[in-house]
Design a binder for this molecule. Structure first.
Ligand code: F6P
Length: 360
């Protein structure tokens, strides 16, 4: 009988509970294994008291719930653990402790559910000898070796609903409405929500833009009697030759946080067009809420496949959707290249064909 650990790391997203539920159900019912839930990402393997056994009863009713019942953090990287010494924060390598504590807990395998940062940690822990299986999650959809990550579909739905709502008020007030969406350095949420919501302009990190070109498109619409416009701005988008915009923060430990580019563009458009402009930043709304049916099903398939991988001894590997199958890829390959929008790809061409400007 095996004992497997499971943790969620990095930013949360809808569908994490579906993976946890499927993993626990498959591991206990199919194999009679014990599942140990590790709380708050890798923190749970660095501090005492942050683990608990998960039975089928513990995962009852969690399928439609957003977030993660295990808790998560994007701070506890064991290879560069931020230790506060007085006023200073120093990175300390605590990876050996993770390996030791996993052995102390008697874990035969560790299922790590995370995005590129967490999966990179999982890959490095596997190199240290930890039997790890990865499961890809993120609303950003920026992992290349799976067709899509769970969480993306729900975030896309949230962003599309927001654009639909902004459309009606933009039209009533003859305004230019900008909506900033997440995605880090990948423009998938912006591009697909822009397509689904019938946006006029979509600005993504993969295609540097010029504000003049955006203003020009708005002027063309005005000339055709369309006195309002919808501009979707990915948080990682940047004008030609300029840097991305980050939020101000006093947090020395957290990663630099993108955000604010829509306000910059909105201000510029206000100067260049006769329209009033308004900015909506969707932020963490995109990470919350009940997962869509697609994300629930994908999360469930990933969880079941993670258990199968453990049973096969497929350590150092990650489950992946290769439609129509769920397969596995090496963690090395999984974190090697990000999945970014190809600037000349079919989706961008399709968007251009229906009149969406990228401000290029
Ligand atoms: O990676 C998911 C994500 O939501 C990004 O889209 C966003 O840039 C980032 O996480 C926000 O992180 P935090 O929750 O730490 O503000």
């Amino acid at each position: 009988m095996r004992r497997i650990g499971i943790l969620t790391g990095g930013g949360d997203c809808p569908g994490l509970n579906a993976v946890i539920r499927a993993t626990v159900k498959a591991a206990t019912a199919l194999h009679n294994w014990t599942v140990i839930g590790i709380l708050d990402g890798f923190e749970g393997l660095l501090a005492p008291g942050l683990t608990r056994e998960l039975t089928a009863e513990d995962v009852r009713g969690i399928l439609p719930r957003g977030g993660t019942i295990l808790g998560t953090t994007n701070r506890g990287n064991p290879f560069a653990y931020a230790l506060r010494r007085g006023d200073r924060v120093e990175p300390v390598d605590r990876s050996a402790e993770v390996v030791e504590n996993s052995a102390r807990l008697g874990l035969d395998a560790l299922v790590v559910i995370g995005g590129d940062g967490t999966l990179r940690i999982a890959r490095d822990l596997h190199r240290l000898g930890l039997p790890v299986v990865g499961v890809p999650k993120t609303i950003d959809n920026d992992l290349a070796t799976t067709d899509v990550t769970f969480g993306f579909d729900t975030a896309l739905q949230t962003a599309t609903e927001a654009i639909d709502k902004l459309h009606t008020t933009a039209e009533s007030h003859h305004r230019v409405m900008l909506v900033e969406v997440m995605g880090r350095n990948a423009g998938w949420i912006a591009l697909e929500a822009g397509l689904a919501g019938g946006a006029d302009v979509v600005l993504i990190p993969e295609i540097p833009f010029r504000v003049e070109a955006v203003a020009e498109r708005i002027a063309q619409r005005t000339a055709r009697g369309r006195a309002f416009s919808i501009v979707v701005v990915a948080e990682g988008a940047a004008p030609h030759g300029e840097k991305q915009v980050f939020q101000q923060s006093t947090d020395a430990v957290a990663l630099a946080r993108l955000g604010g580019i829509a306000h910059v563009v909105g201000y510029e458009l206000q100067q260049r067009t006769p329209h009033e402009t308004r900015v909506t930043v969707l932020g963490h709304l995109q990470r919350g809420g009940s997962p869509s049916p697609f994300d629930r099903i994908l999360g469930t398939r990933f969880g079941a496949m993670a258990v199968e991988l453990v049973a096969r001894g497929g350590f150092g590997r990650m489950v992946a959707l290769h439609t129509p199958r769920i397969e596995d890829v090496s963690l090395d390959e999984a974190v090697d290249q990000p999945n970014r929008v190809p600037p000349s790809g079919e989706l961008v061409c399709c968007a251009e064909a229906v009149g969406i400007s990228f401000g290029a």
